[in-house]
Design a protein around this ligand. Structure first.
Ligand code: ADP
Ligand code: ASP
Ligand code: MG
Length: 456
C-alpha cells in the first residue's frame, strides 16, 4: 500500500479537451499516492444533456446530441489507440441516443439516467489518457460504489454501504493500480442511476475519500485556490492559503461554486484534509482546508448566491398563539422544502429558498406548499434576490461589526439580515441588481484594505 492515499477530482474545465486531460494526467502520474481519480463530464456536456431533457423541440435535441457525439468521438480518435476506445465510446453514445429517443418529460429517473452519460463518456476517455502515462489504470463504474437513496436529482448517499462497497471494489485494487471513476453519479440499491445534484462531482470525490479512509482529497479546478470572493466578480480577490472546514462549508453553502456545498461533510466526518488547486497551474499555491488554521480573521471571504426567493408568511390570527412556527415548518417538511434564512416577528415569518438550485419537481412542491400555507396565512413572494454572506470567525461575538458593514451599504435596500445563529457567517439579501456592487464594496473595505493596513 502507498504511504498516503489521495483522492483527486478534476472538474469540467479540467476535462475540456485532450490537452486539458493530458495536463491532469501529468498531475496524477507525478504522484504515486493519487489512487482514486474522480472526473466530471467534459465542460458544457451536462448543460447540453440538461437542455436535451428540458427541450420539447426535436431538432434542438438532435443538435445537442450531435454536438455531444462529435466531441467525444473526436477525443477518442485523437488518442490514436488501437480502436478499442473508439468502440467503447461509440457504445456509450449509442446508449445515449436510445435514452434520448425514449425520454419522457418530467421523469426525474430518466433525467438522471440521461445526465449520467457526461461523466461516463469523459471517464472512459480520461482513463485511457492517464493509462498512456502510468499503465496502471482501472476504470470503475461509480454506480457500483456510490449507493444512494432514490431522491432523483439530488440523491443522498448511504454512507455505510459506500464503505462496504469500497472495501470490496476499491481497496484491493489500489494496492497495485489506480482507479478512474465518475463524479456526480450513483445508483439506488436496485441499480437505478441517480445523481447528486449539479456540481456534485466534488461531493462524489469526498464520498470516495471517506469510504476508503483517504488521507487527502484534492479538488483540481480552473482557479488556483479558493479566493476571498469569486475572482470573476472582484479582479483583486485574494487566494486563501488556509481555511477551516467550517468556513469553507459556509462559503460553499452560500454560493462559492468552487466547491459543491456537501463536499466537506464526508471530509469533516473522517477528517480528511482537502486541497484545492489549479489543473492549469498546478505549481501555484492552492488552498488547504483543515480543522484549524493558524490565522482566524473575522472576515475571511465573501460569497454570493443568486436567484433567491423570499417568502413572507403573515397571519394576524396567530397573535399570541403557540404552534404557528411549528405548523409552517411541518408543511415545509412535508413537501421536503429546504429553507435557508429565517426571521420572525409576532405575526410574520420570512424565509428564503434557493430557487436557482431547485429542480422542476422541487419547484412544483414549493407551489403546493405555498397553496397549503395560504389556507391559514397571507403569503407574499419576492423573487430576484441575491444572498450575500460574509464568512469568517466569531462574527456573532465581534463588537462593532454590523455598523461598518451596513454603513458601507447606506443606499442599498437590505431585505433581510441573519446574524448571530452561526459564528462563521453574517448573511443578508439584496436585490440582484445591487449584488455584485455590494460584494465589491465590502471586499474592498474588509479584505483589500485590511490586508493593505496589515502590511504597511
Ligand atoms: P469545476 O468544473 O472544476 O468543478 P467550477 O466551475 O464548478 O469548477 O468551480 C470553479 C469556479 O468557481 C471558478 O471558476 C470561480 O469562478 C468560481 N468561484 C466562486 N466563488 C469562488 C471563490 N470564492 N474562490 C474561487 N472560485 C470561486
Ligand atoms: N457534470 C456535473 C455538472 O456539471 C457535475 C460536476 O461537474 O460536478 O453539474
Ligand atoms: Mg464544480
Amino acid at each position: 500500500m502507498p504511504d498516503l492515499i489521495k483522492v483527486a477530482k478534476f472538474g469540467g474545465t479540467s476535462m475540456a479537451d485532450l490537452e486539458a486531460m493530458r495536463r491532469c494526467a501529468k498531475i496524477v502520474a507525478a504522484d504515486h499516492d493519487k489512487k482514486v481519480i474522480v472526473v466530471s463530464a467534459t465542460s458544457g456536456t451536462t448543460n447540453m444533456l440538461t437542455h436535451i431533457f428540458n427541450s420539447s423541440s426535436e431538432s434542438e435535441r438532435t443538435s445537442f446530441l450531435k454536438q455531444i457525439q462529435e466531441r467525444h468521438i473526436t477525443l477518442a480518435h485523437e488518442l490514436e489507440t488501437d480502436g478499442a476506445l473508439v468502440t467503447k465510446v461509440e457504445k456509450i453514445l449509442e446508449d445515449l441516443e436510445r435514452a434520448v429517443d425514449a425520454l419522457e418529460a418530467e421523469s426525474m429517473v430518466e433525467r438522471d439516467h440521461l445526465l449520467s452519460f457526461g461523466e461516463r463518456l469523459s471517464s472512459v476517455i480520461f482513463a485511457e489518457v492517464l493509462n498512456e502515462l502510468t499503465g496502471d489504470v482501472i476504470w470503475l463504474d461509480a454506480r457500483e460504489v456510490i449507493i444512494t437513496d432514490d431522491f432523483h436529482g439530488s440523491a443522498e448517499p448511504h454512507i455505510s454501504k459506500l464503505a462496504e462497497k469500497a472495501e470490496e471494489k476499491i481497496i484491493p485494487i489500489i494496492k497495485k493500480n489506480r482507479i478512474v471513476s465518475q463524479g456526480f453519479i450513483g445508483s439506488t440499491e436496485d441499480g437505478v442511476t441517480t445523481t447528486l445534484g449539479r456540481g456534485g462531482s466534488d461531493y462524489s470525490a469526498a464520498l470516495f475519500a471517506e469510504a476508503i479512509e483517504a488521507d487527502v482529497l484534492e479538488i483540481w479546478t480552473d482557479v488556483t485556490a479558493i479566493y476571498s470572493t469569486d475572482p470573476r466578480i472582484v479582479s483583486d480577490a485574494r487566494p486563501i492559503t488556509e481555511i477551516t472546514f467550517d468556513e469553507a462549508a459556509e462559503l460553499s453553502t452560500f454560493g462559492a461554486k468552487v466547491l459543491h456545498p456537501a463536499t466537506l461533510k464526508p471530509a469533516i466526518r473522517k477528517i480528511v484534509k482537502v486541497y484545492v488547486g489549479s489543473s492549469i497551474h498546478p505549481d501555484k499555491p492552492g488552498t488547504w482546508i483543515v480543522k484549524q488554521t493558524r490565522e482566524n480573521p473575522v472576515i475571511r471571504a465573501i460569497s454570493l448566491r443568486r436567484d433567491q426567493t423570499l417568502i413572507t408568511i403573515h397571519s394576524l390570527d396567530m397573535l399570541h398563539r403557540f404552534g404557528y412556527l411549528a405548523r409552517i415548518f411541518e408543511i415545509l417538511a412535508k413537501y421536503k422544502i429546504s429553507v435557508d434564512l429565517v426571521t420572525t416577528s409576532e405575526v410574520s415569518v420570512s424565509l428564503t429558498l434557493d430557487t436557482g438550485a431547485q429542480s422542476v419537481n422541487q419547484s412544483s412542491s414549493v407551489n403546493r406548499a405555498i397553496e397549503e400555507l395560504r389556507t391559514f396565512s397571507d403569503v407574499r413572494l419576492e423573487k430576484g434576490l441575491t444572498l450575500i454572506a460574509l464568512v469568517g470567525n466569531k462574527l456573532h461575538a465581534t463588537a462593532g461589526l454590523s455598523g461598518p458593514v451596513f454603513g458601507e451599504l447606506q443606499n442599498i435596500n437590505i431585505r433581510l439580515i441573519c446574524h448571530g445563529a452561526s459564528s462563521h457567517n453574517l448573511c443578508f439579501l439584496v436585490d440582484e441588481r445591487d449584488a455584485e456592487g455590494v460584494v465589491r464594496v465590502l471586499h474592498k473595505k474588509f479584505i483589500t484594505e485590511k490586508v493593505k493596513t496589515a502590511t504597511t
